[in-house]
Design a protein around this ligand. Structure first.
Ligand SMILES: NC(=O)C1=CN([C@@H]2O[C@H](COP(=O)(O)OP(=O)(O)OC[C@H]3O[C@@H](n4cnc5c(N)ncnc54)[C@H](O)[C@@H]3O)[C@@H](O)[C@H]2O)C=CC1
Ligand SMILES: O=C(O)[C@@H]1CCC=N1
Length: 271
């Protein structure tokens, strides 16, 4: 079968996206060629039915994929992208999910004909609940834009931006964001245990509360601030807790500081 998509890097994010694409049947597994040096990770892709290899040189010489997805760490992005230069004649489009690395880096390595899309996904993509933000260079055709949007929609919600400069902020909010929420679950679990709940119960309550609250915020017509007020009885327990979190805008300031640290690191990774 023709190779439609090459995935370079089948680590946490590459695998999360690939499994979503295959599960939704947007892509036949035999049409995907996965390049991953780690044998164990390669096996995961084989179990999904994909063809795999440890090196890009093993991709059949006559292959002209529609899309090459670059899903390696920013630190090795230049060296890895250079291995796909032979697909830079304009017939193949490139999709990078690397934090920080600008489209110009790919244009510089692949040449002036390469259509390049930059995408910032997040790990909930593994269960079809990701947030994917895309930015494309002008060479990306409407057909490829549609194909990529359809593919990515199997991983969750897709939105496009036309100012690449915002990608560092996107990375800091939705790319890294799941980690902030996971940490909040951890913190609520610790607090629950300190309040006397058994470990299992503490974990269940923390997790289900975050899940339920996020689901309600997504489904309800009211803004999160209104939903918060609906929980908060005057002089009640929630007001006591929010006094700690919101006093002096404590949590907002802390989260803003965290997002800014991530944004600056994204800028640094792009250099
Ligand atoms: N983990 C996350 O939540 C998110 C990650 N990203 C981006 O995704 C990219 C990958 O991140 P992770 O999946 O977390 O890292 P990871 O380390 O889990 O995956 C990277 C994979 O690339 C493989 N690799 C190394 N050299 C290679 C080569 N020459 N050819 C093919 N594969 C090679 C590694 O063996 C590894 O499995 C990064 O650029 C990161 O910025 C973007 C959004 C979210
Ligand atoms: O931590 C990182 O650099 C990557 C990018 C966004 C999420 N993980």
């Amino acid at each position: 079968m023709t190779i439609r998509l090459v995935l370079a890097g089948c680590g946490n994010m590459g695998y999360a996206m690939l499994s979503g694409w295959l599960k939704s049947a947007k892509l036949e597994p035999q049409a995907v060629f996965v390049v991953e040096p780690n044998a164990e990770l390669r096996q995961r892709a084989e179990h999904l039915g994909c063809r795999t290899a440890a090196e890009a040189s093993a991709i059949p010489a006559n292959a002209v994929p529609d899309l090459v997805v670059i899903a390696v760490k920013p630190q090795v992005i230049r060296e890895v992208t250079a291995q796909y230069k032979r697909f830079g004649d304009g017939r193949t489009s490139f999709l990078s999910i690397a934090a920080g690395t600008p489209v110009a880096t790919f244009e510089e390595i692949l040449g002036e004909l390469a259509p390049v899309i930059r995408c910032m996904p997040n790990t909930p993509a593994a269960i079809g609940k990701g947030m994917m933000v895309v930015f494309s260079n002008p060479l990306v055709s409407d057909d490829v834009r549609r194909f990529v949007a359809e593919l990515l929609s199997a991983s969750g919600v897709v939105t496009a931006i036309d100012d690449e400069g915002l990608m560092d902020a996107v990375t800091a909010v939705s790319g890294s964001g799941p980690a902030y929420v996971f940490h909040f679950i951890e913190a609520l679990t610790v607090a629950a245990e300190k309040a006397g709940l058994p470990a299992e119960t503490a974990k269940l309550l923390a997790l289900q509360t975050v899940f339920g609250a996020a689901s309600l915020a997504a489904e309800a017509d009211e803004e999160p601030g209104v939903l918060r007020q609906q929980v908060t009885s005057p002089n009640g327990t929630t007001a006591a807790a929010l006094g700690v979190l919101m006093g002096g805008d404590r949590l907002t300031k802390l989260v803003t500081e965290a997002v800014e640290a991530a944004r600056l690191r994204s800028i640094e990774l792009g250099k």
